[in-house]
Design a protein around this ligand. Structure first.
Ligand code: PLP
Length: 322
């Protein structure tokens, strides 16, 4: 997170999914706009959608959100007299893209948020799971205007079933979210919090983190090896993630949804890219693969089957090669 907090700036939540929900309760009226990356985590936009959000989306490249596109888009919505309530961004090892928002873009994003007075929700569940390179400062630590709500979770570094996460922001917004949380679930399970607290207090998390990072790094390397071995670079492209859980693949010639049908026949599953496009337009030739669960052997087999599914798809009558 990168800076010291007072308790009035901190709220413990039932997963970081609840941070998104509470911020929506605090800020959103039906029809309000939320700015987000496209693609983005469908669990977040699903929650925002439940609160009646409309999405102003910004495309990404290898350095995350193309923040330079923001001012023109914000001004267009503002000119129509419509409210933009917050910017949602996944800064480290993006879900589903696997990339980081670069330091330069973080600085520019804060500048834009300040210029237009728009709050940022910095969702960072994966930043702890870095395989190489240096940590990039959080938006929260770089901000001195109180415009950033930072969110993280024990889900990816301890266990998702703990349902213990936290968020930090200026006390006025945290107070509002705390009052709303009382109406939702009173408080985060005290038993779960006590277990996580003891685990951390006894130093187990500090000891576990390097091990889990190493474990996931090996799985990432296993998937990288399998991709290089079984998929032709003429047909599939990807960027090796430096941390987190995900690979994002591009198959320019093939609709990912149809590829999934073929892959499922071979008992291999992935998430087709369109699931991550809240406006419903995009990701048709992309899919996301998670490398953290399957063994390296199963990953190799699964990627081999995807390679076979691609070749079968290309051999079908009617498939046009460009
Ligand atoms: C970007 C992002 N934010 C939030 C969450 C939710 O995490 P939690 O288990 O803490 O609710 C996830 C889970 O996959 C995620 O990928």
């Amino acid at each position: 997170m990168g800076r010291k907090l007072s308790t009035s700036e901190l709220l413990i939540t039932a997963g970081s999914a609840q941070v998104i929900d509470l911020l929506c309760w605090a800020l959103l009226d039906r029809g309000d706009w939320v700015i987000c990356e496209e693609p983005t985590f469908q669990g977040a936009t699903g929650t925002m959608f439940n609160h009646g959000a409309r999405f102003l989306t910004v495309p990404c490249d290898g350095e995350g959100m193309k923040v330079e596109l923001l001012p023109e888009r914000i001004e267009r919505i503002r000119a129509a007299g419509e409210p933009i309530k917050f910017i949602y961004t996944i800064v480290n090892f993006h879900n589903p893209l696997g990339c980081d928002l670069s330091l330069q873009r973080r600085a520019r994003l804060l500048e834009i948020a300040r210029t237009y007075g728009i709050l940022i929700l910095e969702d960072d569940p994966y930043g702890w799971v870095r395989f190489e390179g240096e940590d990039i400062p959080s938006l929260f630590s770089m901000d001195d205007s109180g415009l950033v709500v930072f969110s993280s979770t024990f889900s990816k570094i301890l266990a998702p079933g703990t349902r213990v996460a936290w968020c930090a922001g200026r006390d006025e917004i945290i107070r509002k979210m705390t009052v709303l949380k009382e109406n939702v679930d009173t408080c985060t399970s005290v038993l779960a919090q006590a277990i996580v607290w003891e685990y951390c207090r006894l130093g187990y998390l500090d000891a576990f983190l390097p091990r889990i990072i190493d474990h996931y790094r090996k799985k990432r390397d296993g998937m990288e090896t399998a991709l290089k071995k079984h998929l032709s670079p003429d047909r599939v492209s990807w960027q090796k993630p430096g941390g987190g859980f995900f690979y994002w693949l591009t198959v320019p010639e093939i609709p990912a949804v149809q590829l999934l049908e073929k892959a499922l026949e071979k008992k291999v599953a992935f998430v087709p890219g369109n699931a991550f496009y809240p406006t419903g337009s995009g990701g048709l030739n992309n899919f996301r693969m998670c490398f953290t669960f399957a063994s390296t052997e199963m990953t190799d087999l699964g990627v081999r089957y995807i390679g076979e599914a691609i070749r079968e798809f290309e051999q079908e009558p009617g498939h046009k090669k460009s």
